[in-house]
Design a protein. Structure first.
Lengths: 113, 119
């Protein structure tokens, strides 16, 4: 069965500093990988996705993520965090031709002034 | 934004009462899903549907049933609500064949959520 681990429950970053959120997955074949963001009281919005090709993918709001098969990781990065990035971030894994995603437990990002 | 509407958005009910949550989509997507979100657990799949009258169980299906009589509507029913079913419920949809002709990536589009409190 596929699974996702987000090791950090909370992360606090100063505004303007760089950000990296960790995601490790477990899946036997080539995974489809996603990062979603959830602002308080809202649904989830897709930030970016990977399913083939270039292992460095660009997303919305200046986010990027890198797929590293050898480490079973798909970490999310942003070079300079803005206060509006404060939210909960979820990593998810799926597979080709398959119809459900498995989500991690989420990482809450706090941005300090 | 994907055309997904959940109703009701908020509901308070008592233990033992039946509850039905509705998800309505205007995208004509084949797949529809119900997830629940709880602190410390992330999102967990309850049930999903891959077509009219075609449904399957997810990770946490006990105590829940679903129905899909039309492409656009996916209903989640709690036959006898319990306090452990207090949660935020999210409906999601995905394409089976993306317009680009590429593989089914399983990308989900989410509704705004329904907050259910069982007293």
């Amino acid at each position: 069965a596929q699974s996702v681990t987000q090791p950090d429950i909370h992360i606090t970053v100063s505004e303007g500093a760089s950000l990296e959120l960790r995601c490790n997955y477990s899946y036997g074949a080539t995974p489809y990988l996603f990062w979603y963001v959830q602002s308080p009281g809202q649904g989830l919005q897709l930030l970016l996705k990977y399913f083939s090709g270039d292992t460095l993918v660009q997303g919305i709001k200046g986010f990027e993520a890198e797929f590293k098969r050898s480490q079973s990781s798909f970490n999310l990065r942003k070079p300079s965090v803005h206060w509006s990035d404060a939210a909960e971030y979820f990593c998810a894994v799926g597979n080709s031709g398959y119809s459900t995603l498995t989500f991690g437990k989420g990482t809450m990002l706090l941005v300090s002034p | 934004d994907a055309g997904i509407t959940q109703s009701p958005r908020h509901k308070v009910t008592e233990t033992g009462t039946p509850v039905t949550l509705r998800c309505h989509q205007t995208e004509n997507h084949r797949y529809m899903y119900w997830y629940r979100q709880d602190p410390g657990h992330g999102l967990r799949l309850i049930h999903y549907s891959y077509g009219v009258k075609d449904t399957d169980k997810g990770e946490v299906s006990d105590g829940y049933s679903v129905s899909r009589s039309k492409t656009e509507d996916f209903l989640l029913t709690l036959e006898s609500a319990t306090s452990s079913q207090t949660s935020v419920y999210f409906c999601a949809i995905s394409e089976s064949t993306p317009a680009s002709g590429g593989p089914n990536t399983g990308e989900l589009f989410f509704g705004e959520g329904s907050r259910l409190t069982v007293l």
